[in-house]
Write a protein that binds this ligand. Structure first.
Ligand SMILES: C[S@@+](CC[C@H](N)C(=O)[O-])C[C@H]1O[C@@H](n2cnc3c(N)ncnc32)[C@H](O)[C@@H]1O
Length: 206
């Protein structure tokens, strides 16, 4: 499975991301899985940074459309004693799972790598494979509203795009959410006003 951006960066990914992982993301990742159990999908699992935080009483499938990133996940997984985690090469825009499969879906720093059309396709697919009363949690960046922070993020943005194909301006908009048949039930910031966890459920309006 090919994702040219992540094919090229996979081997360097953990090294490049290390300071952010260590000082910023690690503490946040724990939060996102709290209260989740059952059958969980980790969409865009990357190098498997979430693996150590999966709830014990769960069965997790991690997908990614970069085989190079998945290989690093596999290595990370092999260093744990977990037998409740499966990794699958799969594109989030065309999930290889039956409808209504997962109790919850977690997506960390993946939507920031997708453009608007891809976001809509991905969100629709995640909705399809989610059980009717399930939830989707999305951890991602937002542009800060504080001018100096926003300026620093704008200075960083070209590098982030070049290295990761990611943007800070890719928070899911209202039309994308509506088009997917989901509704956003909460959003809370977990790092300044820059990184948030948003929760989505099936919208009754559909
Ligand atoms: C910025 S990394 C984040 C990885 C991981 N979730 C984390 O929190 O460290 C984005 C990941 O999403 C994956 N990805 C991007 N587009 C995808 C798609 N359409 N389907 C599945 N995975 C995708 C990339 O290959 C990459 O591993």
């Amino acid at each position: 499975m090919s994702n040219s951006k992540y094919k090229n960066i996979a081997l360097a990914y953990d090294f490049l991301d290390w300071p952010f992982e260590y000082f910023r993301y690690k503490a946040i990742r724990k939060n996102i899985f709290s209260g989740l159990s059952g059958h969980i999908l980790d969409a865009g699992i990357g190098t498997g940074r979430n693996i150590i935080f999966y709830p014990k009483n769960s069965n997790v499938i991690g997908i990614d459309n970069s085989t190079q990133m998945l290989k690093i996940s596999e290595k990370r997984l092999s260093n744990t004693n977990s037998d409740n985690i499966t990794l699958v090469a799969n594109d989030v825009q065309s999930c290889a799972f039956r409808s209504n499969t997962f109790d919850s879906i977690v997506v960390t720093f993946m939507f920031c790598t997708l453009n608007k059309e891809q976001q809509l396709e991905a969100l629709k697919e995640l909705h399809r494979v989610l059980k009717p009363n399930g939830i989707i949690k999305i951890l991602d960046y937002n542009y800060s509203q504080i001018p100096i922070r926003k300026l620093i993020m704008k200075i960083w943005a070209p590098w982030v795009y070049l290295a990761y194909g990611a943007g800070f301006n890719r928070a899911l908009d209202i039309n994308t959410i509506k088009g997917s048949g989901l509704k956003k039930t909460s959003q809370h910031f977990v790092y300044k006003d820059m990184i948030s966890i948003s929760t989505f459920e099936t919208s009754n309006e559909n």
